[in-house]
Design a protein around this ligand. Structure first.
Ligand SMILES: *[C@@H]1O[C@H](CO)[C@@H](O)[C@H](O)[C@H]1NC(C)=O
Ligand SMILES: *[C@@H]1O[C@H](CO)[C@@H](O)[C@H](O)[C@H]1NC(C)=O
Ligand SMILES: *[C@@H]1O[C@H](CO)[C@@H](O)[C@H](O)[C@H]1NC(C)=O
Ligand SMILES: *[C@@H]1O[C@H](CO)[C@@H](O)[C@H](O)[C@H]1NC(C)=O
Ligand SMILES: *[C@@H]1O[C@H](CO)[C@@H](O)[C@H](O)[C@H]1NC(C)=O
Length: 274
């Protein structure tokens, strides 16, 4: 009797075990499906943002641009996307050229963007189609999948050939190639080396300025109360020496507050800020 009861309860507990196991599997499946749906929804959100921003520009086929964009990183190792992977994207949406209005920046993003956002005086790479579509976004793919991921992607410095960093390097090269006429670059006087050899401006953009197209480079060195350097800094001499012969160089120290005043004054005409 006793052993029968024990056997019976063992059988019962085995059955209970089975039910719990099945429930657990079902639960896991539900979580997996929900996670998959929310991940792909996040992927869709990314695509929606891309398309919405793209469609603000007239005369482009955004579906085609999206396809070219995806080809660069989808189904690839997250640290093995070189800048050249975006060549066909640049081909699908060539960078707008605008002589005398192009503005480069290094460590002065906010001030430069605010000024460029006002009127039509300056064009930064973030205001070209590709730059504006992808500004502030993070994306990557993974091997064996056609998805676009927006989380778990490598950080900027995690590896050199990551999808976001390679995009900005490639689009910056195209922006540098497009430079013409009088070109402006905003640099930061509050850091010891305003022309930092490691910056995108120094390592990619400046090298692409050709004297056949670029007449002059105006450096606007943005100063503040805590500025540590000025136009005489050695790094700026290096910049001057690095320029393609024939490009005129100038450097001007301008207070941040003065530039901000220009950004907020709708009547200020182009070029009258400094
Ligand atoms: C845009 O490009 C896609 C893909 O290449 C093509 O199917 C579509 O017809 C194009 N749309 C327009 C309006 O040209
Ligand atoms: C210059 O760089 C410093 C330090 O990174 C930063 O705090 C400051 O906002 C920058 N200035 C401008 C004009 O962007
Ligand atoms: C620029 O900086 C150098 C070195 O910090 C300093 O000696 C010089 O007086 C400054 N020049 C001007 C015009 O502020
Ligand atoms: C000026 O440039 C040199 C070399 O590019 C750098 O090492 C130096 O620290 C810079 N800044 C100042 C404040 O001297
Ligand atoms: C800008 O110009 C308009 C019309 O000329 C004028 O009414 C307005 O006060 C000006 N605004 C500023 C900030 O100067």
């Amino acid at each position: 009797m006793e052993s029968g009861e024990i056997r019976g309860s063992r059988k019962k507990s085995r059955r209970l075990c089975c039910i719990v196991a099945v429930l657990a599997v079902v639960l896991l499946l539900i979580i997996a499906i929900a996670l998959g749906v929310s991940l792909s929804r996040r992927g869709n959100e990314f695509k929606n943002t891309f398309m919405q921003r793209c469609e603000k520009f007239e005369g482009y086929n955004c579906t085609e641009i999206w396809d070219a964009f995806q080809k660069a990183y989808v189904d690839r190792d997250q640290c093995d996307v070189p800048p050249e992977a975006y060549d066909s994207l640049i081909e699908a949406a060539p960078l707008e050229t605008s002589c005398n209005r192009m503005m480069f920046w290094s460590k002065t993003k906010d001030v430069a963007q605010d000024l460029a956002a006002k009127g039509d005086c300056f064009l930064t790479v973030e205001r070209t189609l590709l730059g504006s579509v992808l500004d502030g976004l993070t994306w990557c793919g993974k091997r064996g999948s056609d998805e676009t991921l927006t989380t778990g992607c490598p950080e900027w410095n995690e590896c050199v050939k990551n999808p976001v960093r390679s995009f900005w390097n490639r689009v910056s090269a195209a922006f540098g190639d497009a430079a013409c006429g009088d070109v402006t670059a905003m640099l930061n006087a509050s850091i010891p080396t305003p022309f930092d050899p490691k910056s995108i401006f120094a390592s990619i953009e400046v090298k692409r300025f050709k004297s056949s197209k670029v007449k002059k480079l105006d450096i606007v060195l943005v100063t503040e109360m805590n500025s540590v350097t000025n136009c005489t800094n050695k790094s700026l001499q290096d910049l001057q020496n690095m320029l393609d012969k024939g490009i005129i160089y100038s450097c001007l120290e301008v207070q941040k507050s003065q530039i901000q005043k220009c950004s907020s004054d709708p009547n200020k005409s182009c070029g009258s800020c400094w």
